[in-house]
Each structure stands twice: as structure tokens, then as C-alpha cells.
Ligand binder design. Structure first.
Ligand SMILES: [Zn+2]
Length: 424
């Protein structure tokens, strides 16, 4: 396995900072071992840790050094927030260096089996307080591998207020060997509370350049260079999306259908039809993506409950079973809603790319087209709408995304957008 940071595309600065931190964290462990003190002491950069050890109380990582207890990884979707958090978790568990990729610590963390690394991946629209309290409690225990307890929270912007408060308490008084890694789109108060933000070090990730994305698709996934280049550009810096476009014919078909929208908008009726088609395609895509997990979960739960029989306590067990099934259905519904919104958002990002191409062409800006395969269509649009009309259309797509994010019903937001795209 290569270095644990190898998949973090185009983020050299962030990787350098995380390596420094992992080095400082290793020095803390080394200093602790030298002092025979189990608790954490103050930390310096590698090499100077021993001299600084003891400056701060146990459990306090000196924030002026490379390492601290709580981190937030921010960046646009697909920039690699969760990839960065997982790689950093591996670097903290690395036995030989700062994420060598070879040792058991690196291997188990990257493989998702390290007992001291907990990963929270929300499936629904929010992370609840119950889940967070249980997590915080477990994170306070002594790391079994003798290094760090690491908690990775993907999509920390989906924490409920109560869950955020439970997390904040843990971050304010961190157990000596516990590290929290949060991932969120930004540090805007809508994404992460100001108080949590103030306790964390922020690692901003940028949208990786298309050439860097293409390079990783070729190297890691064995994708042909020309396909990789096209997919990287079409995915607008989203690494996972680029890989899907390069590999999955269904994903390419869905993208083509979305990019056919602009030329289909010939009247009011066509605009409403296009809105319906977009919504239904997102629903179908989401349904396909969650169907397998739904069925498996339900079967597992029914098997577990089916052992009830007719003995003593069976009636109580059945009442309990109904509750558990209801809870499962609630979770599955929430996950399906999220999947639908994600699918629709991907479609809107593709569409925004098209109008961005039209805009840059109208302005004769010397930049590459996002969608090389619809460049001719975008050029025709640029002629017809000019820069002003192209910009208005691009803004209509972005406004639709914002409206859905703000909980406007997707169909209403998409219909409004289609009408705006159609109008002269
Ligand atoms: Zn290692």
C-alpha cells in the first residue's frame, strides 16, 4: 500500500500540515513513554518534545505546536475531506512514521478495522444526540493500541443542535488521548457552530485541479489517460464523481440526459416536462442506490426478531419488534431523502457547468470548458444569450441549489429554475 496521503489529490499544503501534526503526536507518545506517564503532556515539534514535556497539564496538547485534539476539514464536495480525515487518522496510528502505509496501524485504519478509530458516516439528514453521546462516551476510553482514540465525523454539518452540544462538551474537555476529526463543507455557522469551530484547527482543502484528478485516476484506477482527462474535467474537481463517470456507463447516461436539458427547453410545457424528468431521474437513481442496503437491513432485523417464538415474554418482544421496525423505516426514509437530494444536486452541478461554459465563451475567457462534449452547444448558447443571459441562467441553477438546501420542495425549485432557463 502506498503512503496513506497518496489519494488526497492536489492538497500539498494540507498534507504537509497533517504530517507535521502526526510527527508532533508521535513525539507526545514517545515523551509519555520516556516519562512512564500514561497521560498526555505538552508537545513540541519532533525532537524538541522531550524538553517541553510537562509544560502543560496532562491531557492538554499545546496548541502552539503541530498537534491538537480537534480538527475540521473543510472544502467543496469531492475535494477529499473524508479522505484527508481518514489518512490523518492512519498517520496518528502509524507505528513507523507519519502514515507509511505499510505498518499494521496504517493498514487497519485505512481498511476500517482499527479498534481505536471510530467513523461516523451519517446516512440520513442529521446526526442525532443519542448517537453522538454514545460516541463521545466510547471515545473517552483508553486506546487499546496504546496510541490515540480517533473519532472521524463525516458531514459534521448534519449534526443536530443537541448532538453538536454533546460533541462540544467532549471537545472542550478532551480526554488526554482522544482526537476528533470533523468534516464539513465550510466553517460558516450554518455548517458548524461557532463554539465548536473556535475549539478546532481548520484544514482547508481546495478544489483539486482537473490535471491532478486525472493523474490519480490513471495511476490508482488504471483508467486510460484520455478518458481520465475528460472525466476529471466533467466532474469539476470532484474526485469520486470523476471516477464514477470514467467507469460507470449509467452515470454517463444520466449526465448526458441532464446536459440535454438546455436544448429541450422550447416552451412552458417543455420546461415543466424537463423538471419532471430531472426529479424522476434523481428519484430513480437514489432508489437504486439505497435499495440493496434497505432490503439487507430489513432482512437482518427480521431474522434477529424472528427468534421470538411463543414463550414467556413473546408479547413484549413483539411490541419491541414493532418499535424497532418503525425506527428502521424512519432511518431508511431519511437516507432515501438524502440520496435523492444528493442525486439532484449532482445533476444541478452538471447543468451549472454547462451555463458556466456558455458564460466563459460569451466573455471569450481563456479557460477550458467543463463539458468538452457539449462545448458546441454551449457556444451556440453563448451566441444566442450573450454574457448577460448566460450569467442569468447560471444564477438560476445556483439559486435552485440554494433553495433546495434551504428546504424548498425540490419539484417547486426545479420548475422555477426550468422556467428561468427557458425565458429569453
Ligand atoms: Zn504506518
Amino acid at each position: 500500500m502506498p503512503d496513506v496521503f497518496a489519494d488526497l489529490v492536489g492538497q500539498d499544503e494540507a498534507v504537509a500540515e497533517l504530517r507535521r501534526a502526526a510527527g508532533a503526536a508521535a513525539a507526545v507518545l514517545a515523551a509519555g513513554a520516556a516519562d512512564r506517564a500514561p497521560a498526555l503532556v505538552a508537545v513540541g515539534l519532533p525532537g524538541e518534545a522531550a524538553s517541553k514535556a510537562g509544560d502543560a497539564g496532562p491531557g492538554v496538547l499545546d496548541p502552539s505546536t503541530g498537534m491538537t485534539h480537534a480538527w475540521i476539514f473543510t472544502g467543496p464536495p469531492g475535494s477529499g475531506r473524508s479522505v484527508a480525515a481518514r489518512a490523518f487518522a492512519a498517520a496518528l496510528q502509524c507505528t513507523y512514521g507519519t502514515g507509511c502505509g505499510e505498518c499494521p496501524g496504517c493498514h487497519t485504519t485505512m481498511g476500517g478495522t482499527n479498534a481505536d478509530v471510530r467513523l461516523v458516516v451519517p446516512e440520513g439528514l442529521s446526526i442525532g444526540v443519542g448517537e453522538m453521546r454514545a460516541l463521545v462516551l466510547r471515545a473517552a476510553s483508553t486506546p487499546s493500541g496504546g496510541r490515540w482514540q480517533v473519532v472521524v465525523i463525516e458531514d459534521a454539518d448534519r449534526l443536530t443542535e443537541a448532538a453538536g452540544n454533546a460533541l462540544l462538551k467532549a471537545i472542550e474537555e478532551p480526554p488526554p488521548r482522544t482526537v476528533f476529526l470533523l468534516c464539513a463543507p465550510s466553517t460558516h455557522p450554518d455548517d458548524i457552530s461557532v463554539t465548536i469551530r473556535s475549539r478546532c484547527r481548520v484544514v482547508p482543502l481546495r478544489q483539486p485541479p482537473a490535471t491532478a484528478v486525472a493523474e490519480v485516476l490513471v495511476r490508482r484506477d488504471g483508467i486510460a489517460p484520455d478518458v481520465a482527462q475528460w472525466a476529471a474535467s466533467a466532474a469539476q474537481g470532484h474526485v469520486g464523481r470523476a471516477r464514477r463517470l470514467a467507469r460507470d456507463p449509467e452515470a454517463r447516461k444520466r449526465r448526458e440526459a441532464v446536459l440535454a436539458v438546455p436544448r429541450r427547453l422550447t416552451g412552458v410545457g417543455a420546461a415543466f416536462d424537463a423538471a419532471s424528468a430531472l426529479i424522476e431521474a434523481a428519484e430513480a437513481e437514489a432508489e437504486a442506490s439505497v435499495a440493496e442496503a434497505d432490503t439487507a437491513e430489513r432482512a437482518a432485523l427480521e431474522t434477529a426478531l424472528g427468534a421470538g417464538g411463543t414463550g414467556r415474554g413473546a408479547a413484549g418482544a413483539i411490541r419491541g419488534a414493532a418499535g424497532q421496525l418503525k425506527e428502521l423505516e424512519r432511518r431508511q426514509k431519511s437516507r432515501a431523502t438524502r440520496a435523492q437530494r444528493d442525486a439532484l444536486d449532482r445533476a444541478l452541478v452538471d447543468l451549472a457547468g454547462f451555463y458556466r461554459d456558455a458564460l466563459t465563451m460569451a466573455l471569450r475567457a481563456p479557460v477550458d470548458a467543463v463539458h468538452t462534449d457539449t462545448a458546441a452547444l454551449a457556444a451556440a448558447g453563448a451566441q444566442k444569450w450573450d454574457a448577460e443571459g448566460s450569467l442569468r441562467r447560471l444564477e438560476a441553477v445556483l439559486a435552485c441549489r440554494a433553495a433546495i438546501e434551504a428546504n424548498v420542495k425540490p419539484r417547486i425549485a426545479v420548475e422555477a429554475m426550468m422556467l428561468a432557463l427557458w425565458k429569453d
